[in-house]
Design a protein. Structure first.
Length: 203
């Protein structure tokens, strides 16, 4: 049985109705200015603690102040509209009541962490790619997450909506990984099912 459970964030614990994609828009402005995109651009954004201004400066992209203000306004509106899945809130509550440590492990840009902590303020640990400097399925971020919940990999379960990042990657690292598919294509279509299985092992 696990001593800790690690959840993915977006698509697992929280949901965005309509993303504003501000970092992608900055990169698009860069293309208009003649900057050639690089395959690592997205990973750099997710693995570095950069806000919008810092990202533009890092990539050498000049963004008009009024345009930047619009991007920031859209981002702030997006962050305010992010919601928690009800089964996520329920799962965290039940697991913590059973003295199982709970964490989140997510690939995300720095501003989005505020939404996670607003909706899930009681988690035992938060492992963000921009803080760790690595993105899933890198073992580095899984190592950070398991250490944060004070567990050996074999003692920790992880679940999320990416088969590669939340199931296969953790399994390769030594955890038990589970794929959540809310459309019913996996063994778990809700976190209620997953939590019931975890707690069943405690009986």
């Amino acid at each position: 049985m696990p001593i800790a459970v690690i959840f993915d964030a977006f698509g697992t614990l929280i949901k965005i109705n309509k993303g504003s994609s501000p970092y992608r828009k900055i990169l698009k402005i860069g293309i208009e200015q003649g900057r050639r995109p690089h395959p690592s651009d997205g990973e750099i954004i997710l693995s570095s603690p950069m806000d919008l201004h810092q990202a533009a400066d890092f990539f050498g992209i000049s963004v008009d102040p009024s345009v930047m203000a619009g991007l920031e306004e859209g981002l702030n509106r997006e962050l305010a509209e992010i919601q928690a899945y009800q089964d996520g809130l329920h799962a965290v509550q039940l697991l913590q009541q059973a003295n199982i440590r709970v964490a989140v492990c997510s690939n995300l840009a720095k501003p989005y962490s505020a939404a996670i902590e607003r909706l899930y303020p009681t988690l035992d640990a938060y492992s963000y790619s921009f803080e760790v400097g690595a993105v899933k399925p890198s073992f580095k971020i899984y190592s950070h997450a398991t250490q944060a919940v004070l567990g050996w990999p074999a003692e920790v379960w992880m679940i999320g909506d990416s088969k590669e990042c939340d199931c296969n990657g953790p399994a390769a690292f030594g955890m038990r990984g589970f794929w959540l598919d809310r459309k019913g294509r996996s063994n778990y279509s809700s976190l209620d099912q997953f939590t019931a299985e975890v707690l069943d092992l405690r009986k």
